[in-house]
Design a binder for this molecule. Structure first.
Ligand code: MLT
Length: 406
């Protein structure tokens, strides 16, 4: 037996698992402080599910208790009622014409972003923003598409730095690339891209025969007019882009698990529809999302569900503002927060991002995510999330302010 040697090239633990371990160790070594640790690290939600979703889940659970309404394997690409709700609300309502057969319901955007690599050759050149959600890079390393680790990152990956100097927007590569990962509103920087800023990417991809893997997991946080919620709002995107969506951040489904991926029929390579390839991949390796979960997801689109979800998003948006304004007031340089649940800050006095992580944990009992964990250009930056409780968010900001006022 031989193992997949690519796993030996990669860091032994995933970024957020590594951070969770560090926090557990800190708590074990400092039991007197363990209870006061506030996590604004991983983007995990804390507000309960919308009552409309809970009600739908109860009802669906009752259906599972009767032979007449019991359901076995779900349809592999999603229940028709959910596909219809997604199509109507997330696309047709925004003037985007799609067909239900272009939507694939899944257990979340992370899985799909990772699994999509199955349909692409290992010879493709991949481009990622830097900093970047680590799943895009790690999954390419696992499949052998990333090459070898060098001082400047992975040898076959084109890094597109996103820093304060370029307004956190990647520059179009001056070479040919095949697969481009874009995430807007961005994780981790919290910055959004307008339609005008995305159009050149769509044009580049169509010209080069490249595919854009567009992660719009954070679209529900958009407040700025002109910022598209879907890549398909940009003309020409249907022939070059796959879109990933999630109910995790939109509706608090991190523990429920549901998302979806859109692969338009117009997107072809070598004369083959990528839609057919993804359908084949999913039918073989994925067994669908539970009926109860899909009913909960459908309930997000009811008028009550929409209202309740909006209130929760507004709650997190207030947290984002609390962090952004609080840190700004005490002299930090801060970004993001406006169209995103993430605040991206410059570490003070040129401090390393892991050094700042340790300082925050040890002196203030606040957990965040070091920018370096998202890529080389993340060094010198730090991410805080707005997904905590309002009370903890305020407390964390007060602690940071008190420490740095000294
Ligand atoms: C994050 O903190 O970046 C996200 O929670 C990760 C994820 O959604 O998988």
């Amino acid at each position: 037996m031989q193992i997949n040697k690519n796993f030996q090239k990669i860091e032994s633990s995933y970024l957020f698992s590594g951070i969770a371990k560090k926090v557990r160790e800190y708590k074990a070594a400092n039991p007197d402080k363990a209870n006061s640790v506030i996590s604004l690290g991983i983007g995990d939600v804390t507000r309960p599910l919308a009552p409309a979703c809970i009600e739908a889940m109860h009802k669906a659970a009752d259906e599972m208790a009767n032979a007449e309404t019991f359901r076995g394997y779900p349809p592999e690409y999603g229940q028709d009622f959910l596909l219809e709700a997604i199509l109507q609300n997330d696309y047709l309502a925004r003037g985007i014409a799609l067909d239900k057969s272009e939507i694939f319901v899944s257990d979340g955007a992370k899985s799909d972003c990772g699994n999509i690599g199955d349909i692409f050759s290992n010879d493709n050149v991949v481009a990622v923003c830097d900093p970047v959600y680590p799943v895009y890079v790690d999954t390419n390393v696992m499949s052998g598409r990333a090459g070898d680790k060098t001082e400047n990152g992975w040898s076959n990956i084109v890094y597109m730095p996103c820093t304060a100097e370029n307004g956190f927007l990647p520059q179009i590569p001056d070479c040919h690339v095949d697969i481009i990962y874009l995430c807007f509103p961005n994780n981790p920087t919290g910055m959004a891209a307008t339609k005008e800023q995305l159009k050149p990417w769509v044009d580049y991809a169509n010209r080069e025969g490249a595919v854009i893997l567009f992660d719009s997991a954070y679209e529900a946080f958009i407040t700025t007019p002109g910022v598209p919620h879907s890549i398909y709002e940009v003309e020409g995107a249907k022939t070059c882009a796959i879109e990933f969506r999630s109910f995790s951040k939109t509706a608090g489904f991190t523990g429920v698990r549901c998302g979806y991926t859109v692969v338009p029929h117009d997107l072809k390579a070598d004369g083959v529809e990528l839609n057919a390839m993804w359908a084949r991949r999913q039918a073989t390796k994925f067994n669908g999302v539970s009926y109860i979960t899909q009913r909960a997801a459908e309930a997000c689109y009811s008028s009550q569900g929409k209202q309740q979800i909006r209130e929760t998003i507004a709650y997190y948006q207030r947290n984002a503002k609390t962090i952004y304004e609080g840190l700004k007031a005490c002299g930090f340089t801060v970004y993001g927060a406006v169209d995103s649940p993430y605040v991206w800050l410059k570490t003070p006095n040129g401090m390393g991002s892991w050094e700042f992580f340790d300082l925050l944990l040890e002196k203030m009992q606040v957990v965040g995510t070091p920018g370096e964990g998202f890529g080389p250009s993340g060094e010198g930056y730090f991410r805080l999330t707005a997904f905590g409780s309002a009370e903890n968010t305020e407390k964390a900001v007060e602690r940071i302010k008190a420490y740095f006022a000294k």
